[in-house]
Design a protein around this ligand. Structure first.
Ligand code: AMP
Ligand code: MG
Length: 438
């Protein structure tokens, strides 16, 4: 039987073009950039103050120091006040430009983010000054040139590539785009993924069940998985178990020109498993029908008229697991993501997992953070129809084909499929309770 690696290699030998569209920045969260973002201006755009205080010439503050250091053994009168008193020439708030260059011996009251007046080379924070009478302020201590000044271009230089194609637009990246004046970005179009369930027993949730029927839960999971991966799911409903009906349904779906087609059920060896024949009927060039993976052995993959088609197994967990391993990377690549795979982390296994060598196995686990360390706990029954353990899990423990299982305490590789997996898992692991860094 085909190994997981070989199957993935065949799936990824099909390349979908990255199509692009321009979207407003306000709707671009989590979209994938299709073009690099270049800085058309430096950030900050001009020298500005990092503090509320006074902009001045650093050299002026050395005068005050020199005066205090004068030997005064002949003199027993009052000592001069420390520092130097400078005349305040203007007040510059954020959002205003200075009206004139700063003359020597003067300073400007300045607020955080306000442009530095020409001539000034340092800012003294308000806490190190004393306001005096007659429009003077006393500067305590010596200012170092450049102190509390945010230099033009110290964050980003004009012409720099700040974001590259293939990067997801996180809130931080959206902020960077906005700081550079962008109100729209060129992103990869969401691939349209058609989802067709098959099975005479299936009914959409919300409709009553006749004896022997069940609700199509795979459709709900796959709609979510497609959306989470950045695709645009299209629910194409449920086809029955006849070859003709399934063929007609697949034809109709392909006529709507999806980027990918995903079916579930009907790919096994049962009497009514007609999806393979239906794919053949519509002229699909099938690359494989079966892989050495558990859950998910009956996985079919091929191409029809340039559209990759996946026949996922019907068992709910097998369908989701196959999606994560094979459909998701294709989808992410069609978004231009250079790293289309789910993250795999090292975790310490908490339970025993038995397995016979033969097929690769993906075991549903719940990753937990304890003192910053990841533990993997079995998420429940591992039957390929056990939807509850899939709902409880946030990771898949990866056991290779030749593995003979794993024991408590073993370090294991776990693929994280739920991005919320590691959030807020360990209230003790905060600043206060954190072990000191070496
Ligand atoms: P099949 O591969 O069609 O033989 O289906 C295997 C098992 O998965 C059967 O128990 C089906 O009832 C179940 N199944 C198939 N499709 C779905 C679906 N869309 N939602 C929930 N269960 C399904
Ligand atoms: Mg079926």
């Amino acid at each position: 039987m085909l190994s997981v690696e070989d199957a993935l290699g065949r799936v990824l030998s099909v390349h979908l073009p990255v199509r692009t569209e321009t979207v407003p920045l306000s709707e671009a969260l989590d979209r994938v950039l299709a073009e690099p973002v270049l800085a058309t201006l430096p950030l900050p755009p001009w020298d500005n103050s990092a503090m509320d205080g006074y902009a001045l010439r650093a050299a002026d503050t050395e005068r005050g120091q020199a005066r205090q250091e004068q030997p005064d053994c002949e003199y027993d009168g009052p000592r001069p006040a420390p520092g130097v008193a400078l005349r305040v020439s203007e007040v510059i708030g954020a959002g205003r430009a200075s009206s004139a260059a700063l003359s020597p011996g003067t300073c400007a009251r300045i607020m955080t983010g306000a442009p530095l007046p020409p001539g000034a080379d340092a800012v003294v924070m308000q806490e190190n000054t004393q306001v005096e009478a007659d429009g003077l302020v006393r500067i305590l201590g010596i200012a170092r040139p450049g102190q509390h000044v945010r230099r033009a271009g110290e964050d980003v230089q004009a012409g720099e590539t700040v974001l590259t194609a293939g990067q997801r637009l996180s809130p931080g990246r959206l902020g960077l785009c906005a700081a550079l004046g962008k109100d729209a970005v060129v992103v990869a179009r969401r691939p349209r993924v058609a989802i067709l369930a098959t099975g005479d027993e299936l009914v959409p949730p919300g409709q009553p069940l006749a004896p022997g029927q069940i609700w199509s839960s795979n459709t709900a999971s796959l709609l979510g998985l497609v959306r989470e991966a950045g695709g645009q799911p299209i629910d194409c409903g449920i086809a029955g178990d006849s070859r003709e009906g399934t063929r007609a349904a697949i034809r109709a779906v392909l006529d709507s020109e999806p980027d990918l087609l995903v079916t579930t059920g009907g790919v096994s060896v049962g009497d009514f498993d007609v999806v393979k024949q239906a794919f053949a009927d519509v002229g699909a060039d099938m690359a494989f029908w079966k892989i050495a993976m558990k859950p998910g052995k009956p996985l079919a993959f091929g191409v029809v008229g340039g559209v990759p088609v996946f026949g996922l197994p019907g068992n709910p967990v097998a369908s989701s697991v196959c999606f994560l391993q094979f459909v998701r990377p294709v989808l992410r690549r069609a978004l231009g993501d250079p790293r289309p795979y789910l993250a795999v982390v090292d975790a310490v296994l908490a339970d025993r997992v038995s397995k016979r060598p033969g097929r690769a196995e993906l075991v549903r686990v719940r990753l937990e953070l304890h003192g910053g360390r990841l533990e993997a706990h079995l998420a429940g029954g591992q039957g390929s129809g056990n939807a509850a353990s899939m709902a409880a899990a946030n990771g898949l423990l990866l056991l290779s084909a030749n593995s003979g299982g794993a024991a408590p305490g073993d370090r294991v590789a776990v693929q994280i499929f739920d991005p919320d997996a590691l959030h807020g898992a360990d209230p003790q692991y905060r600043w206060g309770g954190r072990p000191a860094s070496p």
